[in-house]
Design a protein around this ligand. Sequence first.
Ligand code: DGY
Length: 420
Amino acid sequence: MKNLINKAKKTLLNNRRRGYTLPTNNKLYPAQWNWDSGFIALGYSCFNLNFALKEIDTLLKGQWNDGMVPHILFHDTNTNYYPNHTAWNCGNKIHSSGITQPPILATILKRILEKKKLNNTQLINVKKITKKIKKFHEWFIQYRDPKKLGLVSILHPWESGYDNSPIWDRSMEKIKIHKNLKYKRADNKLINPEFRPLNIDYDRYVTIKNHLRKIKYNPTKAYKSSLFNVIDVGFNSIFLKANKDLVWLLDKFNLDHSKINKYIKLTEKNFLKLYDKKKGTFYSKDIKNKKKIYIPSITNYFVLFADLDNYEVNKNLIQNLKKYNSKEKYFFSSIKPNHMSFEEKRYWRGPVWINCNWFIYQGLKNKDIAFSNSVKKKTIELLEKSNFYEYFSCKNGQPMGANNFSWSASLYLDLKINEN
Ligand code: DGY
């Protein structure tokens, strides 16, 4: 499959702009996205370490003074994307959105470092990057967990990265859509609208965004007055793993990690409170409306990736995960197919996403080798059959969304080339 490895590299290089990489080569996402860039850096690390570090460097140039790393950086302001830089109306030197995205940089950087191929100049750069990531994580701890629960909140579904997941449905239904919203979507003109979120979803996304803009993205006010506030299992799993990987990085550079270590302990303890022993599943929590959220989403299994120190819980999760897509040819669907909210083709309401498979694979490696290998094999087979699309049907592997999707190419490289 050498050809496909070359094709994956070319996909990244074709999507590359000055110091950063677009999520795809069409006009759907004409900017730099936070977690996309993390996955993209991992892909570059398979063949060009300078590009890998540059991708992260560029993203961190957009870090706000308070530590937040935005979910989008608008390096090019001349696009049809909505919401664009004027709709957000924020950012420092670089125009950006006013919300964040799953913090995967520490995890990615650790993997890059473990290859042991960086030269001294690159290592000096990695130390600087590590300090910025620490500031980002401290921002989460300070502003997204003011009650010191060891679990952080997201204040917009876009922060999760799984925008229109049914996880948010009940919380979103409660949002009173602002009157006279005037905006023009571009996404559903570029991609089959059946694959994209609905207009009512966008009305709500824009309403939350406008509220955050009104309070000038003040992080304390944002938490207190938010229209949407959820402690999500998947997001917190990614953050817990990233904190563990950050400690590893800080240790490597003799930097202080006591605060992060303390936070990890608190998270480990309180994460288990989100476990429903009877059902054998984790649930998310709507903080705004004080409701538990039980949606069978693949992101709930990211707990495996977080490496919680609990053998029983991990064992039960793996058992359930084996049943999650037992009737489908391709896995893992973003939502369990027998659930009423499942939609085979609509973005995060059912399709298979390669980054989800990657998180699960990473989480299984040290717990169930045979299962982890089959996840890896099936994911590679899906990409080899269907190409580097954005997402896929779990029923027949139909590719959907954008083609030449950077993180699908990147994670293909990581799965094929990196041994562990
Ligand atoms: C989009 O534009 O669909 C993005 O997912 C928002 O971050």
